[in-house]
Ligand binder design. Structure first.
Ligand code: ZN
Length: 315
């Protein structure tokens, strides 16, 4: 079954390896996107898991000084172009409608940005990222920035004035606004203004109370605004203790109960997580998930969740 996965952090791993092995030593043996075992989403694993389209987030860790963040963003964009897109039959998706034109052997790669920190308060940098192909913008990571507050640094405010400009710029370019990581006040502002909205990697807070998950009311607002809620595989967002694939079902059930059968999708967070769901440890294991989803929900629902809902909504 074909998969669209709306979040992974492979670019950060590729950038860190590039800096380590190329810039700071004589060892030029760079991590290969084709088959490096350090990567949950390498090219071989994406093929093995029948991932048709993988989103790749530019993500700058909080510890990077603001003055260096733009450089880091460009380095990760460079890894996307030089390493990911260099893989055989990998195709850069510059508009979502191109997904349906992919040939059987091709894998679509989507560039995204997680965290407006990368462009500071400079809308020109944001436009530059859009021109490089960024199709989805996560306004924040967990920390607050010049646009909004994150789920881990909630000062109780919504968007800044600059944040409103950022939303308008996304609307102008047809870019998705990703509300995963956003605080509730920021979420409410975005919902009222954004043309295209998605939570690329979040679960249901009514099932497990974690700041990275979405309240029932937020899920309903996403559904009412033609958005998507894409289930994330990071165990700390699913339940306490060890996590199996079936532990995702209550989250799925809740989103469906709220009316989101056609708004639900997948956003693994592979390469950004350090704990894993049993039997779902990398993109190559996606069939373990789709088999279990099919057993429980049927093939029609599973296919819609894995692929069709995104296509119908955004392509
Ligand atoms: Zn994230």
């Amino acid at each position: 079954m074909e998969i669209i996965d709306t979040h992974c952090d492979a670019l950060l791993k590729l950038q860190e390896d590039y800096r380590k092995s190329f810039c700071f030593s004589n060892d030029h043996s760079l991590m290969s996107y084709k088959d490096s075992k350090e990567l949950d989403t390498n090219a071989d694993k994406l093929r093995q898991g029948n991932v048709r389209v993988q989103f790749f987030a530019i993500f700058i860790p909080q510890a990077v000084p603001d003055s260096e963040k733009w450089q880091h963003a460009l380095e990760q964009a460079d890894r996307f172009y030089s390493e990911v897109l260099a893989q055989e039959n990998f195709v850069h998706i510059r508009h979502f409608k191109e997904i349906e034109d992919l040939k059987a052997e091709e894998v679509g790669a989507v560039l995204t940005l997680e965290g407006a920190d990368a462009f500071g308060n400079d809308i020109m940098k944001l436009r530059t990222l859009f021109r490089l192909g960024v199709l989805s913008l996560g306004l924040v990571w967990n920390n607050a920035n010049l646009v909004a507050d994150g789920a881990g640094e909630n000062r109780g405010t919504g968007l800044s004035n600059f944040g409103w400009d950022v939303i308008d710029c996304c609307n102008e370019y047809g870019v998705l606004i990703d509300v995963s990581h956003l605080n509730v006040e920021g979420f409410n502002d975005v919902i009222g203004r954004a043309d295209r909205v998605i939570a690329t990697h979040s679960n249901a807070r009514g099932i497990y109370d974690h700041p990275r998950n979405l309240y029932d009311d937020q899920i309903k607002q996403l559904i009412n605004n033609n958005g998507m809620i894409n289930i994330v595989f990071n165990p700390p967002f699913v339940k306490e203790g060890s996590v199996e694939i079936k532990d995702l079902f209550p989250h799925i059930d809740r989103i469906v109960e709220l009316g989101g059968e056609e708004n639900i999708g997948l956003g693994s967070d592979f390469d950004g997580i350090s704990e894993y769901i049993k039997d779902l440890e990398d993109a190559g294991k996606y069939s373990n998930l789709t088999v279990k989803l099919t057993e429980r929900y049927g093939s029609g629902f599973t296919k819609r969740m894995a692929y069709d809902n995104f296509i119908r909504r955004f392509c």
